[in-house]
Write a protein that binds this ligand. Structure first.
Ligand code: ZN
Length: 115
């Protein structure tokens, strides 16, 4: 891929990483507040709190998985492999990269993996 295109995607990946890191920090704050909140004694509010925590945890895991994908994509920017499918080596459609620059598979390989 053209180095100026790679640079364009690198900037987007860096912005995505910043957003996810900010999100992960907010989540860490809110899940600790739930635990320390001694005023929530009722059974229902406890269930709410647990549910909230589970959701926060799922969100955190998604954010962590996203950060891993972004880190791998940034590494591919450095080696010049960015935009090539990890599985078959074909170029990944730019439309697909515009939607999510952290994808590592072309549409065919992504679909094959889902089936
Ligand atoms: Zn492929």
């Amino acid at each position: 891929m053209d180095p100026t295109r790679i640079e364009h995607y690198r900037q987007r990946l860096l912005a995505m990483r910043e957003e996810l890191e900010a999100f992960a920090e907010t989540r860490a704050d809110s899940s600790s507040t739930v635990e320390l909140d001694q005023t929530r004694q009722g059974r229902l509010s406890r269930m709410d709190a647990l549910q909230g925590q589970a959701m926060a945890k799922a969100g955190e895991e998604r954010a962590r998985a996203g950060l891993r994908r972004i880190a791998a994509a940034l590494a591919r920017c450095d080696t010049g492999d960015f935009g090539e499918c990890l599985e078959c080596g074909d170029p990944i459609a730019e439309k697909r990269l515009d939607f999510d620059p952290s994808v590592g598979l072309c549409i065919q390989c992504a679909q094959a993996r889902e089936e």
